[in-house]
Design a protein. Structure first.
Length: 158
């Protein structure tokens, strides 16, 4: 990490090709638009290793482009080091949360606060459902949830 005033956030979902790269791209744009991108380390990852190295789902990329957001993210799996280097690890559903908490127990000196991104949703939609087997409309819903949650998260951390 850079200077001590730098904050860091890792967005996590099952495969790191749908929800978490959308959240990462949305938050990166919000931080940039707010002029605070240099104060954040922003990334995303997966609880599984299924898609390591893959680009985000084409439907997610199309959704982001529709909203004027680009990303060059490549999927990666969450590492043990992530628990000691990130301030926040924000995930999408209860399964992600359970996997992350189990993994965190095996890491000494964990500093990351691990919680659901949906905790920040002003509309109180706690779970951000996986759109992988859904439609473009499902990706749009994920995008809208990520916008609400990331906006609230950034406000709390500004």
């Amino acid at each position: 990490m850079a200077a001590s005033d730098t904050k860091s956030v890792l967005f996590v979902c099952l495969g790191n090709i749908c929800r978490s790269p959308i959240a990462e791209a949305v938050f990166r744009k919000m931080a940039s638009d707010a002029g605070v991108a240099d104060k954040w380390v922003i990334d995303s990852g997966a609880t599984s290793d299924w898609n390591t190295g893959s680009l985000p789902d084409a439907r997610g990329l199309a959704c982001l482009r529709k909203h004027g957001i680009e990303t060059s993210h490549r999927a990666r799996q969450v590492t043990r080091e992530d628990f000691t280097s990130f301030d926040y690890i924000l995930c999408m559903d209860e399964s992600n949360l359970s996997d992350l908490k189990r993994k965190a127990k095996s890491v000494k000196n964990t500093k990351a606060t691990v919680e659901l991104l949906g905790k920040f949703d002003p509309q109180k939609q706690l779970i951000i459902n996986d759109p992988y087997y859904g439609s473009d409309q499902d990706f749009e819903k994920v995008y809208e949830q990520c916008v609400r949650c990331c906006k609230a998260f950034l406000e709390v951390n500004s």
